[in-house]
Design a binder for this molecule. Structure first.
Ligand code: PGA
Length: 258
């Protein structure tokens, strides 16, 4: 069997933590996860906390990302934040197309595509989120929805871009609900995503692509997920807001990967 890819555990802090609260969490994380080798760690604070968190984590093994971006670099776009702004604030990554943005803020596959292109142009690693809703799963549309997210979200991205990308599979019905997909359900879709990448980007990009699972990941379920062939890490919401539980997930991912 092919060697597993280096795991990545990413924390999406969503609209939680003021600057001072985020600083406290970042200090806790730095102490709790800095001596764990063999795994990449990323946190995505709210825009208002990025600078303070990036300053605290500078020189540590923990990277910082944005939760979203706008596709223009600058201009009269009230309320928006661009790739160069994230980069200058200390980000190396940016989450694009999270289901909450698709659900509440009018994000479409077309806007996702523009944002992915802007992230790559701005030297940020995009973490593209894909995944079906509960009704789509019940209607057996999981694969067609995920395929459309990939086809349209990544339209026109060349091999260099595809090679940089990270994909997160997040079944919407498992986000913040306490319902985790079974490891087999997750693996099935991760395998589908890797096959898609093989067709579009070729074998070597598909083999190195990291595909994260997201949706109610906790210290207690990470090892089972990581044991699956095509699951390379996790995008964690709720359990990333506490240093001990996030460190437990980081540690748990290592155990299985080693
Ligand atoms: P959750 O969120 O871990 O709270 O389910 C995951 C996500 O939305 O990225």
């Amino acid at each position: 069997m092919m060697a597993k890819r280096r795991p990545l555990i990413a924390g999406n802090w969503k609209m939680f933590k003021t600057g001072p609260e985020a600083a406290e969490l970042a200090k806790g994380l730095k102490a709790a996860v800095s001596d764990m080798g063999g795994v990449d760690v990323l946190v995505a604070p709210a825009f208002t906390a990025i600078t303070v968190v990036a300053d605290i984590l500078k020189g540590s093994a923990i990277d910082v990302g944005g939760q979203d971006l706008f596709w223009e670099t600058e201009g009269a776009y009230t309320g928006q934040v661009s790739a160069p702004m994230l980069k200058a604030a200390g980000c190396s990554h940016v989450i694009v197309g999270h289901s909450e943005r698709r659900q509440y803020f009018g994000e479409t596959n077309e806007t996702v595509n523009r944002k992915i292109k802007a992230a790559l142009k701005g030297d940020l690693v995009p973490v593209l989120c894909v995944g079906e809703s509960e009704s789509e799963r019940e209607a057996q549309e999981t694969f067609s929805v995920v395929k459309e997210h990939l086809d349209k979200g990544l339209e026109g991205i060349d091999g260099d871009g595809l090679a940089k990308l990270i994909i997160a599979y997040e079944p919407v019905w498992a986000i913040g609900t306490g319902k985790t997909a079974t490891t087999e359900q997750a693996q099935e879709v991760h395998g589908f995503i890797r096959d898609w990448m093989e067709k579009v980007g070729g074998n070597s990009i598909a083999n190195t692509l990291r595909i994260l699972y997201g949706g109610s990941v906790k210290p207690g379920n990470i090892a089972g997920l990581m044991a699956m062939e095509d699951i390379d890490g996790a995008l964690v919401g709720g359990a990333s807001l506490d240093a001990d539980s996030f460190a437990g997930i980081v540690g748990g991912s290592l155990g299985a990967a080693g």
